[in-house]
Write a protein of this length. Sequence first.
Length: 144
Amino acid sequence: MAGDNNYGVNTSVHDIKLINIPIVSDVRGNLAVIEKEVAPFEIKRVYYLFDVPSDSFRGGHAHKELFQLVIPLSGSFDVHLDDGVNKRDVTMNKANKGMLIVPGIWREIGNFSSGAVCLVLASLEFDETDYVREYNKFVSMKRG
């Protein structure tokens, strides 16, 4: 999947998918398992957001090539998605549900609950040239 895009120009918020993360449950609790079948890309980077004030937001950018799987490990947060035409808001609050964000989607993550932890699995290592950090440039990129 990674690399099969044309820098996110033709992607839309309708390409965002919620992915079930397999869990193993017993009386001791739940164990979530993320193996290569869960993330439809090779994982090159892992990071997490925590202690984000509820009135702050993260993101505020798009990626040209990077795929991400966003997982709420604890608590909840809202993901605002924008493809330059359509907008979509999703509340993430289940540790066994991940959101696959494709390239070419503007995203902002906010409304973090107290104690929320947001895990992100990424298809590429950090590369500043992959980021589109200005919304007007993003819209221009989407229009080709």
